[in-house]
Design a protein around this ligand. Structure first.
Ligand SMILES: [Zn+2]
Length: 423
């Protein structure tokens, strides 16, 4: 029996779908979860720590046993390559991250890396060699828990962050990224910014939408736009015991009304529009002084840049109306803006086709969280595949997924990637 027949374009998805070995994938996930395991069933593999290195080494061994070649770049991103029949073509890349939060779960990031490994195992086992080479990328420091910012490896790869800036970042003990790379031996000379044909990232949803809607696959169409505002409200500080209620100019009471008003405005843009006030501070707080100044943050999100701009305007108007009625001064400052990241239509379509061929329930959705794929989308055609996680819980030791969903997500990844790699 020939173990090494090549695929011709479109050979695979149109007829019948290839499938991975779900038990083998789950076993591999549990083996990785044993590295840096925490008491409550989670994982702690902080970026470039000894535990992270142990996880990477296990992954590399598994790749090498499949005959894959392993390289790394200057910030320690790993690239494991399964050679195609036309190795001169740009690779189709799958990937995610193996680092975790200090008390993280077993699946965030890890799922995407090990689903990708299972895809290669399946191809190898079937003796299939696609036209394009297929690589698995393991991005350094996606979590941003030990070193900031998050998604550092993919930011350096795509030129969003400079290598020198990344290398100089230090953890809480003053140990730099450069020193950690050196100690653990992860820096290599694979060139940053090398061309990819496409990038596919499978990931747990980290939210409750798929579970609530009883869908298995999230066909991810992009990342949402984000605006951060800083808001300062000034009234008058005064004595809590001598100033009658009608004579007060209490900044906090004005802000209380603003908070309710902003929720009301956000509901008009829901469910895609989202509003969060995560920081709120009374300046020089004192229990017997009427608050004179209150500052708060405002995080606004929407998948559409233009709608987010309208949402932003509606919030500002609401704040201005309340401030005028309350007689407080209002200052609204832009803090940060990140445009929406639409994913590549052809890649999204390949994922949709794979889902249809496999007959899974799905829904199109946007990514609420940041991912390496959001950076990589600026570099090459990119998309993501989500699977449900129990209760939408993530960044938590209790993070949990169904083995069946893990298998189904990997099947979608396999068929989408193979279709791309044969064109
Ligand atoms: Zn992640």
């Amino acid at each position: 029996m020939s173990r090494n027949h090549n695929l011709s374009a479109g050979d695979m998805v149109s007829e019948r779908a290839l499938t991975i070995n779900g038990a083998r994938l789950w076993n591999n996930l549990m083996e990785m979860a044993a590295i840096g395991a925490t008491e409550k069933g989670g994982n702690s593999r902080l970026a470039l720590s000894a535990e992270d290195s142990a996880g990477r080494k296990k992954f590399i061994q598994d790749c090498q046993s499949l005959g894959m070649t392993v390289t790394s770049d200057a910030v320690g991103n790993l690239f494991c390559r399964y050679q195609g029949t036309a190795p001169e073509l740009d690779p189709v890349v799958m990937g995610s991250h193996l680092d975790t939060q200090p008390k993280g779960g077993r699946f965030d990031g890890v799922y995407g890396v090990l689903a990708a490994l299972e895809v290669i195992r399946t191809l190898k086992e079937a003796g299939l060699q696609p036209k394009h080479s297929i690589e698995i990328a393991v991005w350094t420091n996606e979590e941003g828990a030990r070193f900031t910012p998050a998604m550092m490896g993919s930011a350096v790869f795509t030129g969003i962050m400079s290598l020198s800036d990344a290398l100089a970042r230090q953890d809480i003990d003053g140990i730099s990224v450069a020193a950690s790379l050196e100690k653990e031996g992860w820096a290599g000379n694979s060139p940053a910014g090398r061309q990819f044909n496409a990038y596919f990232e499978a990931h747990i949803e980290q939210g409750p939408v798929l579970e609530n809607h009883h869908r298995v696959i999230g066909v991810v169409t992009g990342g949402q736009a984000i605006r951060w505002l800083d808001i300062t409200v000034n009234g008058n500080s005064a004595h809590a015991g001598t100033t009658p209620m009608p004579d007060r100019n209490d900044a906090l009471l004005a802000v209380a009304e603003m908070v309710g008003g902003l929720e009301d405005t956000a509901m008009a843009f829901a469910p895609q529009g989202m509003m969060t006030i995560g920081e709120l501070t009374i300046s020089s707080p004192s229990r017997n002084t009427i608050p004179g100044e209150v500052t708060f943050s405002l995080d606004l999100r929407h998948p559409d840049d233009e709608v987010l701009a309208q949402f932003d305007q509606a919030c500002r108007q609401r704040l201005a109306v309340i401030a005028a009625r309350r007689g407080v001064q209002l200052l609204v400052k832009d803090h940060w803006l990140s445009a929406a990241t639409p994913f590549d239509e052809q890649c999204v379509e390949l994922v949709s086709q794979a889902v249809n061929t496999l007959g899974y329930t799905y829904q199109r959705m946007i990514s609420g969280a940041g991912h390496d794929a959001i950076h990589i989308a600026k570099h090459c055609p990119t998309t993501m595949i989500f699977i449900p996680c129990a209760g939408g819980i993530s960044h938590n030791e209790a993070e949990s997924i169904e083995p069946e969903h893990a298998e189904q997500g990997a099947n979608v990844l396999l068929n989408a990637v193979v279709a791309r790699a044969n064109t």
